[in-house]
Design a protein around this ligand. Structure first.
Ligand SMILES: Cc1ncc(COP(=O)(O)O)c(C=O)c1O
Length: 355
């Protein structure tokens, strides 16, 4: 049999919890989702004929091009942005070459390094949770094929300045590497870097409809890059990469600016509410960008996670030394944040007292 030894070290954690009835603050989905009325309206278009027809991504892509103010030729839609990342590795991740990213970061990057046999050069976070951009630059040497800049990064929401991104792109270009700018959390960051993808042939910006746009179930993402790069993506993608429901919901949402604005505002207000509550109760927390933040509870993290789960609330923890005494919480509306905080604070106080 073909040697699959390189897959042995890949760690995939499959959570079998049925998450439907939980307040899900563990995966940076939108806790509230889209307005029901918007969904009901779209349902009218889901006819027998619609379901019987193979998807056509053209109307979605044209709407997206107008929304982003880019050319249609700069875009392709993918089955979630996760798939876009995979295609970047398939296309540009030379076997035996090096992939550069900060660490910790979104876990699929490490998985694709293993699958496509790239070495992962990890730029470790400093203890104060800042990134050494100079170290990223230094690590871009001849053996590098892909550099990933997550703006903001997940799980720690640091962002890059325009100047930092530009210098990294130039250095990568000099040695023939591509730069993935992962903007999964676009809309929760001060700025996006789409213009770099239009300007430089070695830059690929990827975004998703899973976070701000609250459509994680449908698996819709996209790539914005030079038309030459998009043509490569099209060569390796299945005939129908994205399903018709995802394309329909995506298009309708792009046409509804009021909902997008409201999703953003709700998020900002919810973050303010949570910060105030944390400050009043003297909690140490780390908030940067993205729809998530870290809180350092007073009690034991593992016990807290379990007790929150018993109260139907899911949150995320990390094993990395710099994050291990903290919990990561997805942020949502003020009401959701108040509800989370009341239960979190009560459990945390009780558990601390019992020790
Ligand atoms: C930084 C980052 N990129 C990409 C993804 C993939 O998102 P999706 O496949 O839902 O588009 C995630 C998901 O959490 C993420 O955090």
């Amino acid at each position: 049999m073909h040697d699959l030894q390189h897959l042995a070290t890949i760690e995939r954690i499959k959570d079998t919890t049925n998450r439907t009835n939980f307040l899900r603050l563990d995966m940076n989905e939108s806790p509230e989702g889209l307005p029901q009325e918007f969904i009901e309206n779209i349902k009218k278009d889901i006819t027998a004929s619609f379901l019987a027809t193979y998807p056509n991504d053209e109307p979605f892509l044209q709407t997206l091009a107008r929304f982003l103010n880019v050319s249609r030729e700069n875009l392709c839609a993918t089955n979630g942005s996760d798939m876009a990342i995979r295609y970047c590795f398939e296309l540009f991740g030379r076997e035996g070459s090096t992939f550069v990213s900060v660490y910790p970061t979104f876990e699929m990057y490490a998985v694709y390094c293993n699958i496509f046999r790239l070495k992962h050069h990890k730029i470790l976070y400093r203890d104060d949770l800042t990134i050494d951009t100079h170290a990223i630059l230094q690590s871009i040497t001849d053996d590098v094929s892909i550099v990933a800049l997550l703006n903001p990064n997940n799980p720690i929401g640091n962002v890059y300045s325009e100047n930092e991104v530009e210098i990294i792109i130039k250095k990568a270009k000099d040695i023939g590497a591509i730069v993935i700018i992962d903007e999964a959390y676009y809309g929760f960051a001060p700025q996006g870097f789409l213009p770099f993808a239009l300007e430089h042939e070695n830059v690929i910006v990827i975004r998703t409809f899973s976070k701000l746009f609250a459509l994680a179930s449908l698996r819709l993402g996209f790539v914005c890059a030079h038309p030459k790069i998009i043509a490569f993506f099209q060569k390796i993608m299945p005939t129908f990469e994205v399903n018709a429901l995802a394309l329909l919901f995506g298009q309708r949402l792009l046409e509804n600016h009021a909902i997008i604005e409201s999703l953003q505002q709700t998020q900002q207000q919810g973050r303010k509410t949570l910060i105030q509550l944390l400050q009043q109760a003297h909690y140490d927390y780390q908030i940067m960008f993205g729809n998530y933040l870290f809180i350092r509870p007073h009690s034991d993290v593992a016990t807290l996670v379990q007790k929150l789960k018993e109260q139907n609330i899911l949150i995320k923890t990390y094993r990395h030394a710099i994050l291990k005494d903290m919990i990561r919480v997805t942020t949502g509306s003020p009401k959701t944040m108040q509800h989370f905080f009341n239960i979190f604070h009560q459990i945390d106080n009780q558990t601390t007292r019992n020790h």
